[in-house]
Design a protein around this ligand. Structure first.
Ligand code: A2P
Length: 341
Protein backbone atom coordinates (compact mmCIF):
# COMPACT_ATOMS: atom_id res chain seq x y z
CA UNK A 1 0.00 0.00 0.00
CA UNK A 2 1.24 3.48 -0.85
CA UNK A 3 2.20 5.73 2.04
CA UNK A 4 1.66 9.46 1.59
CA UNK A 5 4.94 11.32 2.09
CA UNK A 6 4.88 14.56 4.09
CA UNK A 7 7.47 16.87 5.59
CA UNK A 8 6.37 15.92 9.13
CA UNK A 9 4.06 13.27 10.53
CA UNK A 10 1.45 12.89 13.25
CA UNK A 11 2.51 10.01 15.48
CA UNK A 12 0.64 8.16 18.21
CA UNK A 13 2.35 5.89 20.73
CA UNK A 14 -0.01 3.24 22.06
CA UNK A 15 1.33 2.07 25.43
CA UNK A 16 3.34 5.28 25.84
CA UNK A 17 3.97 4.73 29.57
CA UNK A 18 5.34 1.18 29.19
CA UNK A 19 8.97 0.08 28.93
CA UNK A 20 8.90 0.05 25.11
CA UNK A 21 6.66 3.12 24.75
CA UNK A 22 9.02 5.27 26.82
CA UNK A 23 11.97 4.12 24.72
CA UNK A 24 10.08 4.82 21.47
CA UNK A 25 9.61 8.41 22.54
CA UNK A 26 13.30 8.80 23.37
CA UNK A 27 14.40 7.20 20.08
CA UNK A 28 12.05 9.39 18.00
CA UNK A 29 13.62 12.41 19.66
CA UNK A 30 17.22 11.14 19.38
CA UNK A 31 16.89 10.27 15.70
CA UNK A 32 15.08 13.51 14.88
CA UNK A 33 12.09 11.76 13.34
CA UNK A 34 10.08 14.43 11.48
CA UNK A 35 7.09 14.92 13.78
CA UNK A 36 4.26 17.44 13.36
CA UNK A 37 2.32 16.24 16.41
CA UNK A 38 2.56 13.34 18.84
CA UNK A 39 -0.09 11.66 21.00
CA UNK A 40 0.73 9.56 24.04
CA UNK A 41 -1.87 6.86 24.69
CA UNK A 42 -2.17 4.56 27.69
CA UNK A 43 -4.78 3.22 30.11
CA UNK A 44 -6.97 5.15 32.54
CA UNK A 45 -4.29 4.52 35.17
CA UNK A 46 -1.99 6.97 33.37
CA UNK A 47 -4.58 9.48 32.12
CA UNK A 48 -3.46 13.05 32.80
CA UNK A 49 0.20 12.12 33.42
CA UNK A 50 2.63 14.62 31.87
CA UNK A 51 5.27 13.55 29.36
CA UNK A 52 8.10 15.75 28.10
CA UNK A 53 8.94 15.52 24.44
CA UNK A 54 11.29 17.85 22.57
CA UNK A 55 11.03 20.37 25.40
CA UNK A 56 7.21 20.43 25.31
CA UNK A 57 4.84 18.93 27.86
CA UNK A 58 2.15 16.50 26.66
CA UNK A 59 -0.72 14.92 28.59
CA UNK A 60 -1.23 11.15 28.38
CA UNK A 61 -4.63 10.32 26.90
CA UNK A 62 -6.78 7.25 27.40
CA UNK A 63 -6.69 4.94 24.40
CA UNK A 64 -10.03 4.72 22.58
CA UNK A 65 -11.48 4.38 19.08
CA UNK A 66 -11.19 8.12 18.46
CA UNK A 67 -7.48 8.25 19.39
CA UNK A 68 -6.24 7.94 15.81
CA UNK A 69 -8.01 10.73 13.94
CA UNK A 70 -5.44 12.71 11.94
CA UNK A 71 -2.65 10.29 12.91
CA UNK A 72 -0.25 9.02 10.20
CA UNK A 73 1.73 6.38 12.11
CA UNK A 74 0.79 4.44 15.25
CA UNK A 75 3.61 2.80 17.18
CA UNK A 76 1.81 0.13 19.18
CA UNK A 77 3.15 -1.56 22.29
CA UNK A 78 0.27 -2.04 24.72
CA UNK A 79 -0.17 -5.81 24.30
CA UNK A 80 -1.56 -8.03 21.54
CA UNK A 81 -5.19 -7.87 22.62
CA UNK A 82 -5.24 -4.07 22.34
CA UNK A 83 -3.42 -4.08 18.99
CA UNK A 84 -6.10 -6.45 17.66
CA UNK A 85 -8.92 -4.45 19.22
CA UNK A 86 -7.75 -1.08 17.86
CA UNK A 87 -6.38 -2.13 14.45
CA UNK A 88 -9.77 -1.41 12.75
CA UNK A 89 -9.85 2.12 14.25
CA UNK A 90 -6.27 2.75 13.09
CA UNK A 91 -7.19 1.56 9.61
CA UNK A 92 -10.36 3.67 9.55
CA UNK A 93 -8.27 6.74 10.39
CA UNK A 94 -5.99 5.93 7.42
CA UNK A 95 -2.94 5.48 9.65
CA UNK A 96 -0.31 2.74 9.49
CA UNK A 97 0.23 0.68 12.63
CA UNK A 98 3.75 -0.54 13.41
CA UNK A 99 2.92 -3.23 15.91
CA UNK A 100 5.33 -4.50 18.54
CA UNK A 101 3.08 -7.28 19.75
CA UNK A 102 2.68 -10.78 18.38
CA UNK A 103 -0.93 -10.07 17.28
CA UNK A 104 -0.28 -9.92 13.53
CA UNK A 105 3.24 -11.28 13.07
CA UNK A 106 2.23 -14.51 11.38
CA UNK A 107 -0.63 -12.97 9.36
CA UNK A 108 0.36 -13.57 5.70
CA UNK A 109 -0.94 -10.10 4.76
CA UNK A 110 1.27 -8.38 7.34
CA UNK A 111 4.99 -7.85 6.67
CA UNK A 112 7.31 -8.87 9.51
CA UNK A 113 10.33 -6.63 9.26
CA UNK A 114 13.88 -6.24 10.50
CA UNK A 115 15.08 -3.23 8.48
CA UNK A 116 18.65 -4.60 8.16
CA UNK A 117 17.26 -7.80 6.63
CA UNK A 118 14.00 -7.38 4.71
CA UNK A 119 13.18 -3.66 4.38
CA UNK A 120 11.56 -4.30 0.98
CA UNK A 121 8.71 -6.14 2.73
CA UNK A 122 7.49 -2.80 4.15
CA UNK A 123 6.04 -1.90 0.73
CA UNK A 124 3.61 -4.84 0.99
CA UNK A 125 1.84 -3.44 4.04
CA UNK A 126 -1.94 -3.19 4.22
CA UNK A 127 -1.99 -0.73 7.09
CA UNK A 128 -0.08 -2.92 9.54
CA UNK A 129 3.62 -3.74 9.77
CA UNK A 130 4.76 -6.15 12.48
CA UNK A 131 7.90 -5.89 14.56
CA UNK A 132 9.37 -9.34 15.27
CA UNK A 133 9.85 -10.87 18.69
CA UNK A 134 12.89 -9.43 20.48
CA UNK A 135 14.81 -12.73 20.64
CA UNK A 136 14.25 -13.27 16.92
CA UNK A 137 15.63 -9.80 16.13
CA UNK A 138 18.72 -10.27 18.32
CA UNK A 139 19.55 -13.64 16.69
CA UNK A 140 18.83 -12.68 13.08
CA UNK A 141 20.65 -9.33 13.00
CA UNK A 142 23.77 -11.38 13.86
CA UNK A 143 23.07 -14.43 11.71
CA UNK A 144 21.78 -12.87 8.49
CA UNK A 145 25.10 -11.29 7.37
CA UNK A 146 26.70 -14.76 7.64
CA UNK A 147 23.69 -16.39 5.96
CA UNK A 148 24.22 -14.10 2.97
CA UNK A 149 27.73 -15.53 2.48
CA UNK A 150 27.21 -19.17 3.47
CA UNK A 151 23.64 -20.46 3.54
CA UNK A 152 22.35 -21.17 7.01
CA UNK A 153 21.14 -24.78 7.24
CA UNK A 154 20.36 -25.02 10.96
CA UNK A 155 20.80 -23.12 14.15
CA UNK A 156 20.42 -24.09 17.77
CA UNK A 157 20.00 -21.27 20.22
CA UNK A 158 19.68 -20.89 23.99
CA UNK A 159 18.46 -17.49 25.14
CA UNK A 160 19.29 -15.58 28.33
CA UNK A 161 16.33 -13.18 28.38
CA UNK A 162 16.02 -10.07 30.48
CA UNK A 163 13.05 -9.11 32.65
CA UNK A 164 12.23 -6.18 30.32
CA UNK A 165 10.63 -8.55 27.80
CA UNK A 166 7.75 -8.88 30.26
CA UNK A 167 7.39 -5.08 30.61
CA UNK A 168 8.22 -2.28 33.01
CA UNK A 169 6.52 -3.99 35.96
CA UNK A 170 8.67 -7.09 35.50
CA UNK A 171 11.83 -4.96 35.64
CA UNK A 172 10.51 -3.41 38.85
CA UNK A 173 9.82 -6.90 40.21
CA UNK A 174 13.47 -7.84 39.65
CA UNK A 175 14.63 -4.70 41.49
CA UNK A 176 12.24 -5.18 44.42
CA UNK A 177 12.97 -8.91 44.78
CA UNK A 178 16.74 -8.32 44.77
CA UNK A 179 16.32 -5.89 47.68
CA UNK A 180 13.98 -8.23 49.55
CA UNK A 181 16.29 -11.21 49.22
CA UNK A 182 19.35 -9.24 50.31
CA UNK A 183 17.39 -8.19 53.39
CA UNK A 184 16.56 -11.83 54.11
CA UNK A 185 12.87 -11.41 53.19
CA UNK A 186 10.70 -13.62 50.99
CA UNK A 187 10.57 -12.22 47.41
CA UNK A 188 7.21 -10.78 46.32
CA UNK A 189 5.97 -12.41 43.10
CA UNK A 190 3.43 -10.56 40.94
CA UNK A 191 4.44 -10.73 37.27
CA UNK A 192 6.53 -13.89 37.12
CA UNK A 193 5.40 -17.16 38.68
CA UNK A 194 8.98 -17.90 39.71
CA UNK A 195 11.47 -15.76 41.57
CA UNK A 196 13.36 -13.64 38.99
CA UNK A 197 16.10 -12.19 41.24
CA UNK A 198 19.07 -14.56 41.71
CA UNK A 199 17.35 -17.24 39.65
CA UNK A 200 17.06 -18.64 36.11
CA UNK A 201 13.88 -20.24 34.77
CA UNK A 202 12.35 -21.56 31.57
CA UNK A 203 10.56 -18.74 29.69
CA UNK A 204 7.27 -17.67 31.25
CA UNK A 205 5.15 -18.27 28.10
CA UNK A 206 2.87 -21.30 27.94
CA UNK A 207 4.25 -24.66 26.86
CA UNK A 208 2.64 -26.34 23.84
CA UNK A 209 1.94 -30.03 23.24
CA UNK A 210 5.27 -30.43 21.46
CA UNK A 211 7.10 -29.25 24.59
CA UNK A 212 8.15 -25.90 23.12
CA UNK A 213 7.01 -22.73 24.83
CA UNK A 214 5.38 -19.88 22.87
CA UNK A 215 8.56 -17.81 22.81
CA UNK A 216 10.51 -20.70 21.27
CA UNK A 217 7.81 -21.34 18.68
CA UNK A 218 7.75 -17.62 17.79
CA UNK A 219 11.49 -17.63 17.13
CA UNK A 220 11.16 -20.58 14.77
CA UNK A 221 8.10 -19.34 12.84
CA UNK A 222 9.24 -15.73 12.64
CA UNK A 223 12.69 -16.70 11.37
CA UNK A 224 11.09 -18.68 8.56
CA UNK A 225 8.81 -15.75 7.67
CA UNK A 226 11.62 -13.15 7.69
CA UNK A 227 14.27 -15.18 5.86
CA UNK A 228 11.80 -16.68 3.37
CA UNK A 229 11.51 -20.26 2.18
CA UNK A 230 14.94 -21.40 3.31
CA UNK A 231 13.96 -24.53 5.24
CA UNK A 232 16.37 -23.58 8.02
CA UNK A 233 16.14 -26.06 10.89
CA UNK A 234 15.97 -24.40 14.29
CA UNK A 235 16.10 -25.63 17.86
CA UNK A 236 15.39 -23.12 20.61
CA UNK A 237 15.52 -23.03 24.41
CA UNK A 238 14.23 -19.76 25.89
CA UNK A 239 15.20 -18.86 29.44
CA UNK A 240 14.70 -15.86 31.71
CA UNK A 241 17.70 -14.54 33.63
CA UNK A 242 17.89 -11.81 36.29
CA UNK A 243 19.03 -9.07 33.90
CA UNK A 244 17.13 -5.80 33.52
CA UNK A 245 16.98 -5.05 29.80
CA UNK A 246 19.29 -6.89 27.38
CA UNK A 247 18.83 -10.36 25.96
CA UNK A 248 21.81 -12.62 25.28
CA UNK A 249 21.87 -15.79 23.20
CA UNK A 250 24.27 -18.68 22.70
CA UNK A 251 23.96 -19.71 19.06
CA UNK A 252 25.28 -22.78 17.27
CA UNK A 253 24.91 -22.19 13.53
CA UNK A 254 25.48 -24.67 10.72
CA UNK A 255 26.12 -23.38 7.19
CA UNK A 256 26.26 -25.04 3.77
CA UNK A 257 29.99 -24.39 3.52
CA UNK A 258 33.00 -23.86 5.71
CA UNK A 259 33.27 -20.48 7.38
CA UNK A 260 36.22 -19.56 9.57
CA UNK A 261 36.00 -17.33 12.66
CA UNK A 262 38.20 -14.74 10.87
CA UNK A 263 35.87 -14.68 7.88
CA UNK A 264 32.86 -14.42 10.17
CA UNK A 265 34.48 -11.57 12.13
CA UNK A 266 35.23 -9.67 8.89
CA UNK A 267 31.66 -10.14 7.62
CA UNK A 268 30.13 -9.12 10.94
CA UNK A 269 32.43 -6.11 11.35
CA UNK A 270 30.86 -4.64 8.18
CA UNK A 271 27.28 -5.67 8.97
CA UNK A 272 24.71 -2.99 9.83
CA UNK A 273 23.45 -3.02 13.42
CA UNK A 274 26.24 -5.33 14.61
CA UNK A 275 29.34 -4.72 16.73
CA UNK A 276 31.97 -7.43 17.07
CA UNK A 277 33.16 -7.86 20.67
CA UNK A 278 35.46 -10.84 20.51
CA UNK A 279 38.58 -10.35 22.60
CA UNK A 280 39.87 -13.81 23.41
CA UNK A 281 43.07 -12.80 25.23
CA UNK A 282 41.19 -10.31 27.39
CA UNK A 283 38.26 -12.74 27.87
CA UNK A 284 35.97 -9.88 26.84
CA UNK A 285 32.83 -10.87 25.00
CA UNK A 286 29.23 -9.60 24.64
CA UNK A 287 27.53 -8.87 27.95
CA UNK A 288 24.13 -7.36 28.78
CA UNK A 289 25.78 -4.61 30.85
CA UNK A 290 27.51 -3.48 27.63
CA UNK A 291 24.64 -3.98 25.18
CA UNK A 292 22.02 -2.28 27.40
CA UNK A 293 21.02 1.20 26.13
CA UNK A 294 22.97 0.60 22.87
CA UNK A 295 21.64 0.21 19.34
CA UNK A 296 24.02 -2.49 18.10
CA UNK A 297 23.77 -6.22 18.66
CA UNK A 298 27.09 -7.31 20.17
CA UNK A 299 28.54 -10.50 18.67
CA UNK A 300 31.48 -12.51 19.96
CA UNK A 301 32.83 -15.87 21.10
CA UNK A 302 33.05 -16.59 17.39
CA UNK A 303 34.54 -20.03 17.10
CA UNK A 304 34.42 -23.01 14.79
CA UNK A 305 32.97 -26.33 15.88
CA UNK A 306 36.00 -28.56 16.54
CA UNK A 307 34.24 -31.37 14.65
CA UNK A 308 32.63 -29.46 11.76
CA UNK A 309 34.18 -26.64 9.71
CA UNK A 310 30.72 -25.62 8.52
CA UNK A 311 29.53 -24.81 12.04
CA UNK A 312 30.13 -21.75 14.21
CA UNK A 313 29.45 -20.96 17.84
CA UNK A 314 28.50 -17.35 18.68
CA UNK A 315 27.42 -15.42 21.74
CA UNK A 316 25.27 -12.35 21.11
CA UNK A 317 23.72 -9.67 23.29
CA UNK A 318 21.28 -6.89 22.37
CA UNK A 319 19.11 -4.39 24.17
CA UNK A 320 15.65 -5.95 24.22
CA UNK A 321 13.85 -2.63 24.63
CA UNK A 322 15.84 -0.83 21.92
CA UNK A 323 16.75 -3.04 18.93
CA UNK A 324 14.51 -5.83 20.22
CA UNK A 325 11.48 -3.52 20.15
CA UNK A 326 11.42 0.31 20.09
CA UNK A 327 14.41 1.00 17.84
CA UNK A 328 13.38 -1.64 15.30
CA UNK A 329 9.88 -0.10 15.17
CA UNK A 330 11.23 3.43 14.67
CA UNK A 331 13.62 2.15 11.98
CA UNK A 332 10.60 0.62 10.21
CA UNK A 333 8.86 4.01 10.43
CA UNK A 334 11.95 5.68 8.96
CA UNK A 335 11.94 3.28 6.02
CA UNK A 336 8.19 3.79 5.59
CA UNK A 337 8.60 7.55 5.21
CA UNK A 338 11.77 7.09 3.14
CA UNK A 339 13.88 9.00 5.66
CA UNK A 340 16.76 6.52 5.79
CA UNK A 341 18.06 4.06 3.26
P1 A2P B 1 -0.52 2.06 31.74
O1 A2P B 1 0.85 2.52 32.17
O2 A2P B 1 -1.53 3.17 31.83
O3 A2P B 1 -0.93 0.78 32.39
P2 A2P B 1 4.59 -2.64 29.69
O4 A2P B 1 4.72 -3.57 28.50
O5 A2P B 1 5.88 -2.00 30.07
O6 A2P B 1 3.91 -3.33 30.84
O7 A2P B 1 3.63 -1.46 29.21
C1 A2P B 1 2.32 -1.66 28.76
C2 A2P B 1 1.75 -0.37 28.19
O8 A2P B 1 0.42 -0.64 27.70
C3 A2P B 1 1.61 0.76 29.21
O9 A2P B 1 1.80 2.00 28.58
C4 A2P B 1 0.17 0.60 29.66
O10 A2P B 1 -0.41 1.78 30.15
C5 A2P B 1 -0.49 0.24 28.34
N1 A2P B 1 -1.78 -0.41 28.59
C6 A2P B 1 -2.00 -1.53 29.29
N2 A2P B 1 -3.34 -1.80 29.35
C7 A2P B 1 -3.95 -0.82 28.66
C8 A2P B 1 -5.32 -0.52 28.34
N3 A2P B 1 -6.32 -1.28 28.73
N4 A2P B 1 -5.58 0.59 27.58
C9 A2P B 1 -4.56 1.37 27.16
N5 A2P B 1 -3.25 1.15 27.44
C10 A2P B 1 -2.95 0.07 28.17
Amino acid sequence: MKFKKKSAYNIAIMGATGAVGVEMRQILEERKFPIADITFLASERSAGKKIKFKGKSYTVKVLNDQSFEGVDIVLASAGGALSKKFAPAVKKAGAVMIDNTSAFRMDPKVPLVIPEINPEAIREHNGIIANPNCSTIVALVALNPLHKVAKLKRFNVATYQAASGAGAQAMEELRVQAGEILEGKQPTKKIFKHQIAFNVFSHNSSVGEDGYNEEETKMIKETHKILGKTGIKIQVTCVRVPVFRAHSEAIYAKFDKSITPDQARRILAKAPGVKVVDNRSGNYFPMPVDSAHKDDILVGRIRQDLFSKKTLGLFVSGDQIRKGAALNAVQIAEKLIGARR
